[in-house]
Design a protein around this ligand. Structure first.
Ligand SMILES: Cc1cc2nc3c(=O)[nH]c(=O)nc-3n(C[C@H](O)[C@H](O)[C@H](O)COP(=O)(O)O)c2cc1C
Length: 509
């Protein structure tokens, strides 16, 4: 039983006590003047669908908004810091909320950043800025190389991998319906395709992790037949092999026992109410060449759908070996997702989150330039994830080599995440990252799915407006020269100086 149910019981008891007391002491009705408004607020909280926190915590939820109006919560995960690690920007979360709610997302008075701090970055605009027609369909990117027979036209921004299990069924339904409204894909995360993905019909990238959930033999290995059946679903547009994620590279997924309900255990093919740790590495391949063969196998089993893999860059020589293997086998992935070491997770050991894995910008440049150096980039699309929340973050990722961006925590916030940091405890108060039925009940799917689509649309609009302000007609024209970074008070470097371009094929010899 949770706050909502306690409130209803509390109200019934109070009303009954006052009614009984009034038989003996009629003046007691006056108590209603005190208690009545509180009860009214509480019941209107339960009946409204917009604010999950008020719905889950009638009356009490208002204190959060009150406290926030006095002292905005610090965006612990999204602050940008200067080179000394001081936080410089706390505006992103309100921006996400504004875009998700489709309310005025402009800010008054001017720049909110210290433009002279080390690390400040900005984009070069043009005197000949272009007009952006925001009523037109957003541009898309085709993912699918020469061996892919069912290429997919992806949105430039999509929902990054987050499993059913880590997130509630309401959250999954809101995200997937949002994906359908916004015409983007929704990455399933490693926890398999659930009925809550399927009921909403949004495009899916099906992620296969080391636990092979959804295509797993009883021993925990890859089951080709099960994979073939699910991959044939029309809703599955692409397949992603998860090698690692930035928040915990080299550590398999963790589903705490409290969140491993019988339904989730059944979908994943594991034992209920136990901690589920997927292994740190795959059993279907153990080298660059065998990964390429696995890609070929998945491509055949899925009848030619785009196959890619996701990783956070660790040892750079291993990525080079992948490129060698692509050349020697002739098998190439259709896409590679680069996740930054700054990435998010539902649960991870802190050392893995804080001290392992290459940050996005470094990893993205390295992966892009290595593919270009091996003359492989033309067939392979790069997807980037890691704190991509705004139009400028998208521009920066594109400048460094991304073709498409994914957002996980931005999308979580658009469905009401308040960064309560309870994802690993099953007590998320807004019903996003919990399997507690009472808590997830407050997450209204109709309302939140539209917010996902609004956040997506508003962010791409802002991205396209920046592209046009730089005098460009299409995101493909974004170059490293468009971004500058302050190194210190009198040194500003352009991204092309910081990350010099590699010539196509230059690493082949
Ligand atoms: C709650 C949660 C669950 C996640 N689950 C997965 C997962 O199953 N597979 C995966 O590859 N990444 C997972 N991620 C990582 C995200 O997909 C993404 O790569 C990372 O958070 C960086 O993006 P962001 O900064 O936009 O959050 C998860 C992240 C969060 C916050």
């Amino acid at each position: 039983m949770k706050a909502r149910e306690y409130f209803i019981i509390f109200s019934i008891i109070i009303i009954s006590l006052i009614a009984i007391g009034a038989q003996y002491m009629p003046s007691i009705w006056w108590l209603f003047i005190l208690i009545g408004p509180i009860l009214l607020i509480g019941f209107s909280d339960i009946l409204q669908k917009k604010h999950t926190i008020n719905n889950n915590f009638p009356v009490l939820g208002h204190f959060r908004y009150l406290l926030e109006s006095i002292r905005p919560e610090i965006m612990q995960y999204f602050v940008e810091t200067d080179t000394e690690g001081r936080p410089i920007n706390r505006i992103f979360r309100s921006l996400i909320y504004q875009r998700a709610k489709k309310v005025n997302d402009t800010t008054p008075f001017g720049t909110q950043m210290d433009v002279y701090r080390n690390g400040y970055e900005w984009m070069n605009h043009s005197m000949y800025a272009k007009h952006t027609d925001l009523t037109k369909e957003h541009p898309r990117t085709i993912i699918g190389g020469t061996d892919c027979t069912q290429p997919y036209e992806a949105s430039l921004l999509n929902i990054s991998a987050m499993s059913f299990g880590s997130l509630s069924k309401n959250a999954i339904m809101a995200l997937n319906r949002g994906a359908k409204i916004g015409k983007m894909y929704h990455n399933t995360g490693e926890g398999a395709i659930s009925p809550y993905h399927q009921s909403e019909g949004g495009d899916l990238t099906w992620q296969i992790g080391t636990g092979y959930f959804g295509c797993r033999t009883p021993e925990g290995n890859f089951d080709a037949q099960k994979f073939k059946e699910k991959a044939a679903l029309d809703q599955v547009k692409m397949i992603e092999i998860k090698i690692s994620q930035g928040a915990k590279p080299g550590h398999g997924g963790i589903l705490p026992a409290a969140k491993n309900t019988p339904e989730i255990a059944n979908i994943r093919g594991v034992e209920t109410h136990t901690d589920v740790h997927s292994p740190p590495a795959h059993s279907a391949f153990n080298s660059a060449t065998s990964l390429m063969r696995f890609i070929k196998e998945l491509r055949e089993l899925s009848d030619g759908k785009p196959i890619g893999f996701k990783l956070c860059i660790g040892r750079t020589s291993e990525f080079e070996e992948l490129c060698d293997a692509m050349l020697s086998t002739g098998i190439k992935p259709d896409f590679i997702t680069i996740d930054g070491g700054e990435g998010g997770t539902g649960a991870a050991p802190i050392e893995f989150s804080n001290s392992l894995g290459m940050p996005l910008r470094d990893g993205l440049v390295f992966a892009h330039d290595t593919l270009v150096g091996y003359d492989l980039k033309k067939n392979i699309k790069i997807i980037a994830s890691g704190k991509i929340l705004t139009g400028f973050h998208m521009v920066r990722a594109f400048a460094l080599g991304a073709d498409v961006c994914n957002s996980a925590r931005g999308m979580m916030m658009s469905i009401g995440c308040i960064q309560a940091l309870q994802c690993n405890n099953n007590t998320c108060p807004v019903g996003v990252a919990t399997q507690n039925k009472s808590l997830m009940k407050g997450l209204n799917i109709d309302d939140k799915s539209q917010r996902v689509a609004n956040f997506h649309h508003g962010t791409i609009n802002s991205f396209l407006e920046l592209v046009a302000a730089a005098g460009l007609s299409h995101p493909d024209e974004i170059k490293r020269t468009h971004i500058n970074r302050r190194i210190n008070m009198n040194t500003v470097k352009n991204y092309e100086d910081l990350y010099p371009l590699v010539k196509a094929g230059s690493l082949l010899s």
